[in-house]
Design a protein around this ligand. Sequence first.
Ligand code: TZP
Ligand code: MG
Length: 211
Amino acid sequence: MKAFDLSLYLVLDPDLCAGIGMVETARLAVAGGATMVQLRDKHAGTIRMIETGRALKQALDGTGALLIINDDVEAAIAIGADGLHIGQEDMDARKARAMVGAEMILGLSVESEVLANAVDPDLIDYTGVGPVFATPTKADHKQPIGFDGLARLVKASPVPSVAIGGLKADHVAEVFAAGARGLAVVSAICGTPDPEAATRRIAAEIRKARA
Ligand code: TZP
Ligand code: MG
């Protein structure tokens, strides 16, 4: 499996990125220091996921940033993405791993300590832990866990974790203090007037937190 850096993980949202689009948003964010980019489009079918995913792959090529596909295993394989991210209600981890093979990065969302404890490190490479805060970006999100909950779930997770949910540049220090390897953000970058500058601000906080 490829080495991966969870520190500044952009999750794309087609509605929030509507102005300049997901591909341009990703390009700017990676120029600003995003280390991973997830294509998450709950309304796109596999054909559209593949189309957008291929454009993203081309935009990210040579940058070192990795491309992760949310939920659609068929699209992830067709795109030749670096990884697949699944939720608890999506495909079963064992089946997903069997389909993507050993090389692809496989991430799983966990919203509780019980779920974090149940993660099989032979199948899953990282966990997405949250939501730390309530967020309008995901209408059906689970109960927010706060930074105390984040620390507990990170500790329970047998693989590295990235925090998600309502996170901004101001939260970076607490995210790393809780033991997470990084933060996953949507609205802190997507749809902002200057996605590259917004990403740079977060990246600068990450350098401080890690120093
Ligand atoms: N999963 C849990 S919260 C969330 C997802 C996809 C959305 C996070 O969006 P934002 O805008 O960074 O709060
Ligand atoms: Mg899902």
